[in-house]
Write a protein that binds this ligand. Structure first.
Ligand SMILES: NC(=O)c1ccc[n+]([C@@H]2O[C@H](COP(=O)([O-])OP(=O)(O)OC[C@H]3O[C@@H](n4cnc5c(N)ncnc54)[C@H](O)[C@@H]3O)[C@@H](O)[C@H]2O)c1
Length: 264
């Protein structure tokens, strides 16, 4: 899709990868709407790209709908919707439900709300991009962030469902599965008790470079969009022999001493 003059909404657009996507989309001529829980960050990015800032919590359906409505009033219907907001923290099976619930809502329900908010109008026009930023861990696994890994898997599954259901009706559904990017998320993980390797720190790339790679693959019409090509190999290894893949991961993380259980 030619992006000039199109309205593109990016959630979590106030920092990191989302902000880089905003810059990349704006460079292609899109009218960019940066949506973020932190309004000040969204306003900063919007000012940089000549876009619109919307302060909203995407884990709440009415707020996602409001963001889409504000975008529509500003420059017309949303043609590109990128659900990119994300949160991460240490978690395992003993971590409280509030953490599990928060990650479920931010990574999965927000994507469902986005689809509900933009699909009717996209289907009417017979076109649009519906995009999720999931994670490489939505295709593989890592210890120590159970709620993140589980909800990122669910985010991939929801995107697959949307692609299965709507791709024949003119909607391009894509799922970006980044590995390590230098953002606030990886900076805070690296500052924590566990090695930053949990987030692929050895393969960290700049968010702007990751966004450029992602946008190029979105233009190719790909469902699975990878910022790091090696993730396809990890996913293929899992598909080829699940038990062997899991044993290999276990050995690797034992070596790195990541993800010691916190209780039980
Ligand atoms: N950084 C990485 O290495 C990496 C790797 C794989 C996947 N990802 C994914 O990429 C996406 C972007 O992450 P990032 O690395 O840029 O992190 P980041 O922390 O820099 O940006 C995330 C943004 O989401 C916003 N946000 C969080 N909860 C929100 C909510 N409820 N409503 C609205 N906005 C909310 C935050 O305010 C923040 O601006 C996330 O979905 C993350 O899971 C990141």
């Amino acid at each position: 899709m030619q992006l000039t003059g199109k309205v593109a909404v990016v959630t979590g657009g106030g920092s990191g990868f989302g902000a880089a996507l905003c810059r990349g989309l704006a460079a292609e001529g899109a009218h960019v709407v940066a949506v973020d829980l932190h309004g000040d960050r969204a306003r900063e990015v919007a000012a940089e790209v000549g876009g619109l800032a919307v302060e909203a919590d995407v884990s709440v359906e009415e707020e996602v709908q409001r963001a889409v409505d504000e975008a529509g009033r500003w420059r017309g219907p949303v043609e590109v919707m990128i659900s990119n907001a994300g949160v991460v923290g240490p978690s395992d099976v003993f971590t409280g439900d509030d953490c599990w619930d928060r990650e479920w809502r931010v990574h999965v329900m927000s994507n469902l709300y986005a689809a509900r908010a933009v699909l009717p109008s996209m289907l009417e026009r017979g076109c649009g991009w519906l995009v999720s930023t999931a994670s490489a861990v939505g295709l593989t696994n890592q210890p120590g962030t159970a709620a993140y890994v589980v909800t990122k898997h669910a985010q991939v599954a929801l995107a697959e469902h949307l692609a299965l259901t709507y791709a024949d009706r003119g909607i391009q559904v894509s799922c970006i599965c980044p590995l390590g990017m230098r953002t606030g998320m990886t900076a805070s993980a690296a500052a924590g008790a566990d090695p930053a390797d949990r987030f692929g720190a050895t393969t960290l790339i700049d968010a702007d470079e990751a966004a450029a790679r992602a946008l190029a693959q979105l233009h190719e019409g790909r469902f699975l969009v990878l910022t790091h090509p090696e993730v396809a190999t990890y996913a293929a290894r899992r598909g080829a022999d699940h038990d062997r893949w899991l044993a290999g991961l276990r050995r690797m993380y034992t070596r790195l001493r990541v993800g010691e259980p916190t209780a039980g």
